[in-house]
Design a protein around this ligand. Structure first.
Ligand code: NAP
Length: 247
């Protein structure tokens, strides 16, 4: 039997990039997957890929920053699958600018999606997990939340906030069998990082002890560890997957 057979996992922002790889890897271990993304077309794509591998998947168009929409989705999932075992808060955006030029809108958008989005999902899904007295939650933070970055004050604040949220949720939910952890990826090759200027990429490479950028699958493997039995006694932790960039 596959280790995650019979489980149901929600992965937000799973239409592409890291979220898609997480969804595919968890599905490969037998978990049914709810593919939630603000962009329905790519969510449907990921879900189709999972189904072609013989695992049940359901695509949802979801803006994580709307508590109401998250609730609607959770209700639909319960109707369809009757349970939720795993929540991966992966949806995230960047709106980069130096602080002096950072617009209120850029600040608000990033905090609303990256931090409030995770709060909305934890709030709704933990209700279900509390009843079941079991669950795994993994928040995708970032190395930038640990070390900061010029031009990304909003993103860094949201990702550092996610770590505080992770630890608080771990303390609140631990006694009911729910583990909450975070993964802090470094520089991973996806659409989000593709748009960075070559000069910035070159500078970043110089700061990575392993001497290469990461692959979304490498982040997905850390997430798989955190939702598997192998991490039963681990909660409130942040695992960096960054080639040694932040140590
Ligand atoms: P990505 O390729 O941009 O994928 C993120 C997905 O989330 C996109 O499909 C995006 O849709 C979707 N999304 C955006 N806003 C949403 C919302 N409000 N509700 C639901 N879905 C939404 O990003 P990625 O590189 O895979 O990153 C995934 C996560 O890892 C993010 O939280 C990111 O901050 C974190 N991370 C990434 C790196 C890296 O190097 N790539 C490093 C550290 C941390 P749109 O494309 O339409 O916006």
């Amino acid at each position: 039997m596959n280790p995650l057979e019979g489980k149901v996992a929600i992965v937000t922002g799973a239409g592409q990039g890291i979220g898609r790889e997480i969804a595919l890897l968890l599905a490969g271990e037998g978990s049914k997957i709810v593919v939630a993304d603000i962009n329905y077309k790519i969510a449907e794509n990921t879900a189709k890929e999972i189904e072609s591998r013989g695992v049940e998947a359901a695509p949802y168009e979801l803006d994580v920053s709307s508590g109401e929409k998250v609730k609607e989705m959770v209700d639909k999932i319960l109707d369809k699958f009757k349970r939720i075992d795993i929540l991966i808060n992966n949806a995230g955006i960047t709106r980069d600018n130096l602080i002096l030029r950072l617009k209120d809108e850029q600040w608000d958008d990033v905090l609303r999606v990256n931090l409030k989005g995770a709060f909305n999902c934890i709030k709704m899904v933990s209700k279900v997990m509390l009843k079941a007295r079991s669950g795994r939650i993994v928040n995708i933070s970032s190395i930038i939340g640990l070390i900061g970055n010029a031009g990304q004050a909003n993103y860094a604040a949201s990702k550092a906030g996610l770590i505080g949220l992770t630890k608080s949720a771990a303390r609140e939910l631990g006694s009911r069998g729910i583990n909450v952890n975070a993964v802090a990826p470094g520089y991973i090759l996806t659409a989000m990082t593709e748009k960075l200027p070559e000069e910035v990429k070159k500078k970043m490479l110089e700061q990575i002890p392993l001497g290469k950028f990461g692959d979304p699958r490498e982040v997905a493997r850390a997430v798989l560890f955190l939702v598997s039995e192998a991490s039963d006694y681990i909660t409130g932790q942040v695992i960096s997957v960054d080639g040694g960039m932040a140590m």
